[in-house]
Ligand binder design. Structure first.
Ligand SMILES: [Zn+2]
Length: 253
């Protein structure tokens, strides 16, 4: 659970095919983890479950030419990619404006802070605060993953400390206390295993956290679509089929 700067300077534009053919290349380039939340594909369904993110959204007409540009393609988990969609508040000219810093130019590990005890993420800048809110980077799923990663490293540190003590001391009481603490952490981690797979509530953004402009945008798009295709009201009920899709994916696991 740690972000990494994506070395796009070493990327080569593939000679043939289109972006959907290059998923493995993009996954490898991005260290097989989501560039936005840093969750590794192994923790969340593998490469089939992951998406290719068009950093500058291909649905925005001025970015259409970047559809198959390797420099515009990143690896994202399905949840972050869904929250991001075609959102593009503006060019990331500064970290002090709401924007998506380019993961190949800004090391995401340097723009966030993880609280060691609550496991909550906060942005150090306007841009990273925007990402936390927009991509819902404090969804319970990610908080669990962070907690697990932090507890694992704490457990490893404690275990090595206990091993050192065993060699050096005959203070049995201290050893017992350290052992009890390590055991407690191990129990926490075992409990964590029971939590997967995630429920919809753990990966979906609660209504109160949804941005107002997003809501406005959706209703605008819906109106446009309905006008364009003149679909019947029954067919227009898209959100239902979307939730079905997620359930199907989960039940396949
Ligand atoms: Zn993600």
């Amino acid at each position: 659970m740690r972000w990494k700067l994506i070395p796009k300077d070493k990327s080569k534009q593939p000679a043939s095919g289109e972006y959907s053919d290059w998923k493995q290349i993009i996954a490898d380039e991005c260290f097989n983890q989501c560039v936005y939340c840093s969750i590794h594909e192994e923790q969340f369904g593998g490469i089939d479950h992951y998406h290719i993110d068009h950093y500058r959204p291909k649905s925005i007409p001025r970015f259409e030419s970047l559809r198959n540009d390797i420099m515009n393609l990143f690896y994202a988990c399905p949840i972050c990619n869904r929250f991001k969609q075609d959102d593009w508040p503006g060019e990331p000219t500064s970290l002090d404006i709401a924007s998506y810093p380019n993961p190949s130019q800004t090391d995401y590990a340097s723009i966030f802070e993880v609280n060691d005890t609550s496991y909550l993420l906060s942005g150090k800048y306007v841009a990273s605060t925007y990402l936390v809110e927009r991509l819902y980077l404090n969804r319970p799923q990610l908080v669990y993953e962070r907690r697990e990663a932090i507890l694992k490293s704490k457990e490893a540190a404690l275990t090595s400390e206990i091993n050192d003590l065993v060699q050096k001391t005959d203070d049995v009481e201290s050893l017992k206390r350290a052992y009890a603490l390590a055991n407690k952490i191990r129990q926490h981690l075992a409990k964590r295993e029971d939590i997967r797979p995630y429920t919809l509530l753990e990966i979906r953004k609660p209504e109160e956290l949804k941005l107002k402009n997003r809501k406005a945008k959706i209703s605008k798009t819906k109106k446009k679509k309905a006008k364009k295709s003149k679909v019947s009201p029954a067919k227009a009920k898209r959100p239902l089929s979307k939730s079905k899709k997620i359930k199907t994916r989960k039940s396949r696991k």
